[in-house]
Design a protein around this ligand. Structure first.
Ligand code: GDP
Ligand code: IMO
Ligand code: MG
Length: 426
């Protein structure tokens, strides 16, 4: 049985959590494959809003197994908080949530290193969520990391202490002013580790998924962040530290490329970005301000305002191609209601040429977006539930995108709630 992937195609926050929740009833297993608590995936149903950071977005499905794969980095303190937030919902966590033994642990000193690194960069800072993501992946690739499987071993605290001390020396040498109490941080860290050991099952996840595939189970891999934050293909260095693109699902779960079925690519009808880095179609005017206000564009993890701008089809096409997207999902069309005209970027002026691909640099002083103007729609979409209710002008916008990226849009989302999801016929 093929494994389907669901990925963000922009700079994150496309609405992955909502769509995974909507699709989860079709799957037996939902598996996160990269990132960590830098992610904030929002789900809304029955009047309640849930934000998940590490736990896969299938957790509210009554039967699905939710697996945190080897490619994910885990902060036990945040993981415990997420579990605490789920307590009122009577979910049998011990049975439906599994964690890979090969997933790496975020130590308190990884978060301190993240903060120290951003302070040292000054104005050139990445705008990291400060969840320790970069330093943890650095220790993973540097072969110094501590994994979930290690905490089952009796001597793991020695390994912990050695790594902590190394980090503390590094922080000292960075010469930045950082106040913290190691004692308080460690108290919370070890309490959370003890809790996780009792509350969650640790597994050899690649073997678990191999058997699941043999038994014809339906598996959905849930991405975090988005393609433009990918460590290789994003707007480096303003990216995250993992491969957010389709290939990341293979390494982050141990699944073979020829086992991948559908690749669902999610994008917003406009563009947002949180943190620093280039953003050619960013709008620093009233239009961008309106998108942010109507779309409630505040980070689900950090609460920071998200930068907003027009849809960038050059970047979207790049993401579709790099991931091999087979079906698109367009989110937040409702937010664009009321604009007379909408613009979409269909080319860039770059170093004296007009180009239609993503160049080496997306820096705003080198790239000027070239826009095509499309009619907007006035209708409020949020109460619509079927495709024949959607206004013609909205359908024209959708058709323009499909034509440009040569990929069908199968879902349009018209609000944050589970029910505000319209499946389009083929
Ligand atoms: P994720 O990180 O990709 O899961 O996305 P986030 O949860 O960080 O951000 C998406 C935000 O948009 C959340 O607040 C969602 O509740 C909200 N949302 C998702 N789909 C829609 C939609 O179609 N319309 C509106 N207005 N909000 C949406
Ligand atoms: P979800 O899964 C949006 C951004 C940060 C920063 C850069 C590096 O909710 O879509 P990091 O903490 O990884 O070192 O930050 O990446 N970033 C996200 N932006 N959505 C996310 O996740 C993000 N995860 C990281 O803002 O610019
Ligand atoms: Mg998010």
């Amino acid at each position: 049985m093929a494994i389907d992937l669901l990925l963000g195609l922009q700079w994150g926050d496309e609405g992955k959590g909502k769509i995974v929740d909507v699709l989860s009833k079709k799957y037996d297993i939902i598996a996160r494959f990269q990132g960590g608590p830098n992610a904030g995936h929002t789900l809304e149903f029955e009047g309640i809003k849930h934000v998940l950071h590490t736990i896969p977005s299938g957790i509210f499905h009554p039967k699905a197994i939710n697996l945190v794969g080897n490619g994910v980095v885990i902060d036990p303190v945040i993981f415990k908080l997420e579990l605490d937030n789920l307590a009122p919902f009577n979910i049998n966590i011990n049975e439906v949530l599994l964690v890979s033994r090969k997933a790496h642990l975020i130590l308190p000193t990884h978060c301190l290193l993240d903060a120290a690194s951003e302070l040292a960069k000054g104005k050139a800072k990445i705008g990291s969520t400060l969840k320790g993501i970069g330093p943890t992946y650095m220790d993973k690739t540097g072969r110094n990391g501590i994994r979930i499987g290690d905490i089952e071993l009796s001597n793991w605290k020695e390994k912990y202490t050695a790594l902590r001390d190394k980090h503390l020396t590094m922080i000292k040498n960075m010469n930045v002013s950082l106040e913290f109490s190691m004692e308080d941080l460690e108290a919370a860290f070890f309490e959370a580790i003890t809790y996780l050991k009792s509350a969650v099952a640790f597994v050899d996840s690649e073997e678990y998924l191999r058997v699941a595939q043999q038994n014809e189970q339906h598996i959905l891999a849930e991405g975090a962040q988005g393609s433009l934050l990918d460590i290789d293909f994003g707007t480096y260095p303003f990216v995250t530290s993992s491969n957010t693109t389709a290939a990341g699902a293979c390494t982050g779960l141990g699944i073979a490329p020829n086992r991948i079925g559908e690749v669902f690519g999610i994008f917003k009808a406009y563009t947002t970005r949180v943190g620093s880095g280039p953003f050619p179609t960013e709008l620093l005017d009233e239009v961008g301000e309106t998108m942010g206000r109507v779309g409630h564009e505040f980070g689900a993890t950090t609460g920071r305002s998200r930068r907003c701008g027009w849809l960038d089809l050059v970047a979207l096409k790049y993401a579709v191609e790099i991931n091999g997207v087979t079906q698109l999902m367009m989110m937040k069309g409702d937010v664009l209601s009321g604009f007379d005209e909408l613009k979409v970027c269909t080319a860039y002026a770059y170093r004296g040429e007009i180009i239609q691909h993503l160049p080496y640099s997306l820096n705003t002083d080198e790239v000027t977006p070239q826009y095509t103007t499309i009619r907007g729609w006035k209708e409020d979409l949020t109460a619509m539930r079927s495709e024949n209710e959607l206004p013609d002008t909205f359908n024209e916008y959708v058709a323009f995108i499909e034509d440009f990226v040569q990929t069908p849009i199968r879902i349009v989302s018209v609000g944050p709630d589970r029910t505000q999801t319209i499946f389009r016929s083929e």
